[in-house]
Design a protein around this ligand. Structure first.
Ligand code: NAD
Ligand code: LMR
Length: 327
């Protein structure tokens, strides 16, 4: 067995936390020969429920689970963490947009960013899931001055997986023959699921789908899938979100399939696709050995550039709403 890695997860008594903890503990993130220490972080009132999660984790007798810490203290929770999942925060309910959570949730990510900066491993990788995920990631990053901007990202993988699923069902193909899907921008209704460079079994997807269906139905349905699930379940997506978070972190740590790319929300520096700097924006990326590289130079038509601009504009507006939380 290898030396254990430490994975910290916030909000572990909640729905996504409950789904993800068992998958990580059982080797679903790093495989069957990598032991993990789990650091589970909750707010004080949820520590009782968290204790139940800890008991259940022990009762699974997973050979890959080395040690479990349950705490409401951020420095204890993030101590020496190699990987951090920032999930704990309020989910939206019916009728709300994800941006409506900014004022309720944004302030959670300032002290968490600062505590990660103080206490986590210097090489930590941080994935923000709590909504609105892009701007919360920006807040966490601004409050962790010793982290490189490339150490924090936000989750677009659920949107990416949804986009693959919908296309595969439309074309009646297996999801794994779909390559180079991109979902650009914000995890919100301005996100842009882009089929322009996507291939299906090696063929350009643009030649396989009707453009009216793509523009009038496909994009809208991906943008609104989260709300559709809230409508049906009475609660926001949880198991699919946990699964996407594992996909995201596994690719970031262990690499992507060299023949394809994935979508990740990452810090902008102004040099890709004319998106302004200091936003967490989703791009197509290749990952290798804990790092990612934005896929540059894709040709984008006016329609696509217009969609990207709209999402950028929304993220600037979100950033303006939380200026006091950015250092
Ligand atoms: P939930 O209400 O079931 O659980 C949230 C948990 O977070 C609760 O146990 C709560 O006690 C805890 N929490 C609240 N504040 C905390 C803090 N400061 N520190 C630690 N823990 C804290 O919610 P959920 O369904 O698990 O969703 C969690 C978040 O993930 C929501 O913001 C939701 O909108 C978001 N989400 C994002 C995506 C995405 O694709 N980015 C997908 C699904 C859900
Ligand atoms: C999702 O996309 O399912 C999550 O972001 C939850 C939500 O509020 O839509």
């Amino acid at each position: 067995m290898k030396k254990p890695v430490t994975v910290a997860i916030t909000g572990t008594a909640g729905n996504i936390g409950y789904a993800i903890a068992f998958r990580i503990a059982s080797g679903g993130l790093f495989g069957p020969d990598q032991p993990v220490n789990l650091h589970l972080i909750e707010i004080e009132p949820a520590l009782g429920a968290l204790e139940g999660v800890v008991m259940e984790l022990h009762d699974c007798a997973f050979p890959t689970l080395n040690n479990v810490v349950a705490t409401a203290d951020l420095d204890t929770g993030f101590a020496d963490a190699d990987y951090v999942f920032l999930i704990g925060s309020r989910p939206r309910s019916k009728g709300m947009e994800r941006q409506d959570l900014l004022l309720a949730n944004g302030s959670i990510f300032k002290p968490q960013g600062a505590a990660i900066d103080r206490s986590a491993s210097k090489d930590v990788r941080v994935l923000v899931v709590g909504n609105p995920a892009n701007t919360n990631a920006l807040i966490a990053l601004h409050n962790a001055p010793n982290l490189a901007p490339t150490q924090v990202s936000s989750m677009m993988r659920l949107d990416h997986n949804r986009a693959i699923n919908k296309l595969s069902r439309q074309l009646k193909v297996q999801p794994n023959v779909i390559k180079n899907m991109t979902v650009w921008g914000n995890h919100s209704t301005t996100q842009f699921p882009d089929l322009q460079h996507c291939t299906v079994d090696g063929k350009a997807s643009a030649d396989l789908v009707d453009q009216d269906w793509y523009r009038s139905e496909y994009i809208y349905k991906i943008q609104h899938r989260g709300a559709q699930i809230i409508e049906a379940r009475g609660a926001s997506s949880a198991a699919s979100a946990a699964s996407a978070a594992i996909d995201h972190m596994r690719n970031w740590a262990l690499g992507t399939d060299p023949s394809s790319w994935v979508s990740m929300g990452v810090m902008t520096d102004g040099s890709y696709y004319n998106v302004g700097k200091n936003l967490i924006f989703s791009f197509p990326v290749h990952c290798k050995d804990h790092s990612f590289e934005i896929v540059d130079g894709l040709s984008l038509d006016d329609y696509s550039m217009g969609m990207i601009r709209a999402s950028e504009k929304e993220l600037i507006k979100e950033r303006d709403m939380v200026l006091d939380l950015l250092r």
